[in-house]
Design a protein around this ligand. Structure first.
Ligand code: SAH
Ligand code: SF4
Ligand code: F3S
Length: 506
């Protein structure tokens, strides 16, 4: 098939035939092909003066210096998994000749969507309206949608029908194919939709563009098998799949050699890591092996499901010199009755007993959580149980959510959906309690010296930098940019509720 597009003629079939069948080679091939196409466009625009009008002098210079021939912008919604996926997508785009910009006025704008609650969806549609107005002014612009929302057939249908200006749509299972999809779109001129229902494939060794040079997320598993009755994640992220430990360790060793000091091991339920591998390994065993990697000084992980948190893991955390003194342990509700309807598979008492075991082993640990209010059938008594757990555990912080009905999940068809006004009132009471307690517990380290990983220049206070303690609390203190990425000792002078002001102890 010969395709004529943008004045260039391609033998599409031969280009696809030439593509290696194996990954990641195949995607690197498509990155190179997309780059050829974008370069040809760019050179034409340079010659006509359009490039200068489009990018302005400063950006054009940056592009020429970095060898880029187009710009991209990714808007990322949702959790750490999506943030990590966006780093991989950026890596592919850079390989394909694109340079990142911080606004949606770019040659390619990609929305990496989330659908965990309804307002996450609504935000995306808001942005689509805006980007449409940009595309009207610059028709050659490309718009893409990916991520969890695209795994929902009805959303994809709506976009196909009412948002015809969108160029590519793909899901959570094939992000590695971005360059191939772009190539397809550029050569056929048609909206490219490629959403997979699931996959057993994990493509390793693709480029990633890390947001921070000194810390990085590392996927250890994908998907979720828990099917909490309110949650859409298992439907949009597919079944649980663990990466091979050797692949994970090789990635972390490489990160360490590039200067990364802190890794965050990512999975929807890290405590069930490794159970389905051909040579099973526990999460605690994996942690111990990550611990051995020179150069890595801090290890974090997200998220732990209380039902799978083993004593072996508590021991590994206690004995570790690198695992941070912070654990995110979503409780969701304090009522055993509601927990059962949520399919969480633990009771209030089991959760509290687990917290006790953790605190006995690691007394100074910071605990944080997620809580949903207004789950179908939640009574004032159930809600009081949630408040009771909050008061007993005394979390450093809690993410509180109003229950959001997700179609296709079992909870969506449950009777007794709680009236909005009742939920709002409970939400406000919960938030007040959470904040009051957090303000009290967060000051526990006042007037001590703590190791702080310096993350950035403080944007509000000239001459200050901001860093993070092992327990995840932020500290602001006088310092210069060259400290970014190093771990320094800081005296915590003043507690401001959720963060500290301090000064460096040399
Ligand atoms: N895998 C993680 C959480 C993933 S989603 C875990 O099991 O803890 C992040 C949080 O979003 C959840 O912990 C839950 O509190 C919240 N959440 C998920 N579905 C929701 C819904 N339908 N309505 C409101 N909050 C929800
Ligand atoms: Fe959702 Fe439950 Fe899986 Fe977490 S463990 S992603 S809340 S289904
Ligand atoms: Fe959202 Fe998907 Fe994460 S639904 S919370 S981005 S797994």
């Amino acid at each position: 098939m010969t395709i004529k597009k943008d004045q260039f003629t391609y033998e599409k079939s031969s280009l696809f035939q030439d593509a290696p069948a194996r990954e990641p080679e195949r995607q690197l091939y498509f990155c190179a092909r997309v780059k050829d196409l974008m370069r040809a466009r760019f050179e034409e625009n340079l010659a006509s003066g359009e490039a200068l009008r489009r990018y302005g002098e400063v950006q054009l210079k940056q592009m020429e210096e970095s060898g880029a021939c187009a710009t991209f912008h990714i808007e990322t919604y949702g959790c750490q998994m999506n943030a990590k996926d966006s780093e991989k997508l950026s890596g592919l785009l850079i390989q394909a000749g694109f340079m990142e910009t911080d606004t949606e006025e770019a040659d390619f704008v990609l929305y990496n969507t989330c659908t965990v609650r309804e307002n996450a969806n609504l935000k995306v549609y808001g942005h689509l309206g805006y980007v449409h107005s940009l595309k009207k002014k610059r028709p050659s612009m490309l718009v893409g949608l990916c991520g969890c929302m695209m795994q929902e057939a009805e959303e994809v249908e709506k976009i196909r029908k009412s948002y015809r200006f969108v160029d590519i749509i793909f899901g959570t299972h094939n992000i590695f194919k971005l360059a191939e999809l772009l190539f397809d779109r550029l050569t056929t001129g048609q909206m490219e939709v490629d959403v997979w229902e699931g996959t057993s494939e994990i493509v390793e060794d693709l480029p990633a563009d890390r947001k921070y040079p000194f810390k990085s997320g590392v996927n250890i598993m994908f998907g979720c098998n828990n099917f909490c009755s309110y949650c859409i994640v298992p439907y949009v992220r597919g079944r649980e799949r663990s990466r091979e430990p050797e692949d994970i360790l090789a990635e972390i060793r490489r990160l360490a050699s590039e200067g990364v000091k802190e890794v965050m091991l990512l999975g929807q339920n890290v405590n069930s890591y490794g159970k389905t591998l051909s040579t099973p390994i526990s999460f605690a065993q994996l942690l111990r092996r990550v611990e051995e990697i020179d150069g890595i000084e801090r290890i974090r992980f997200m998220t732990s499901h209380p039902k799978d948190l083993s004593d072996e893991l508590i021991r590994a955390m206690k004995e570790s010199k690198k695992v941070c003194t912070h654990l995110h342990l979503p409780v969701q509700s304090g009522s055993t009755r509601i927990l059962e309807k949520m399919n969480r598979r633990y009771t209030k008492e089991q959760y509290l007993a687990l917290v006790d075991r953790i605190r006995t082993a690691i007394p100074h640990i910071s605990l944080t959580t997620d809580i949903i209010v207004g789950f179908p059938g939640e009574t004032e008594e159930d809600f009081q149980d949630t408040l009771d757990v909050v008061r007993r555990v005394r979390y450093d912080s809690a993410f509180t959510f109003i229950y959001s009905k997700r179609s296709g999940t079992p909870a969506a068809s449950m009777e007794d959906q709680v009236p909005e006004a009742v939920v709002k009132d409970r939400f406000d009471r919960l938030l007040k309690e959470v904040q009051q307690i957090a303000g009290e517990v967060c000051r526990r380290d006042l007037h001590t010296v703590q190791a702080v990983l310096v993350e950035e220049k403080n944007s509000h206070m000239e001459g200050f930098v901001t860093g993070r303690m092992s327990n995840n609390t932020l500290v602001h203190f006088p310092g210069t940019e060259d400290l970014i990425g190093s771990i320094v000792n800081v005296y915590l002078e003043e507690s401001k509720g959720f963060y500290y002001m301090g000064h460096r102890e040399v």
